[in-house]
Design a protein around this ligand. Structure first.
Ligand code: SF4
Length: 131
């Protein structure tokens, strides 16, 4: 998939924190999820984002769905492969968070600092996204 669609994303310019609720439940979380989903609802590249984020983003709101909603969609799509697919590890979640931050336009240094990885790792992630 081409990474070109990201340039048209409705979330470009939005606060990336909006898509990563600081609490996992309760009114504050619901308000934040609703606000993020409103941005996604007006996004012209939501379908492409949903396809990509369902595969690669395991945290936060993307493609108009929460991480849990995407996880359910992913499990349903992988049902025919049940038993042959490894479970995501914490490292996968860190990479997924990094991918999401890159997609939000964060700098290499910021992504590296927030994910606890080197700049070189972030550059590898960028290359993978662009491939
Ligand atoms: S997270 Fe995805 S669907 Fe939502 S605004 Fe950003 S690019 Fe669009």
């Amino acid at each position: 998939m081409s990474a070109d669609w990201r340039a048209q994303a409705a979330c470009v310019g939005e606060d990336p924190e909006l898509f990563f609720p600081v609490v996992e439940e309760g009114p504050l979380c619901e308000d934040q999820v609703t606000a993020a989903k409103k941005v996604c609802a007006r996004c012209p590249v939501r379908d492409a984002c949903l396809e990509w984020s369902t595969l690669y983003i395991h945290v936060g709101i993307a493609g108009g769905l929460t991480a849990e909603e995407r996880r359910c969609a992913r499990v349903e799509s992988l049902e025919p492969l049940k038993g042959r697919v490894r479970r995501p590890s914490p490292r996968d979640d860190i990479r997924a968070a990094g991918f999401a931050l890159i997609a939000q336009g964060e700098s290499t240094q910021d992504v590296a600092a927030r994910c606890g990885v080197t700049d070189r790792t972030v550059e590898r992630w960028r290359a993978a996204i662009s491939a």
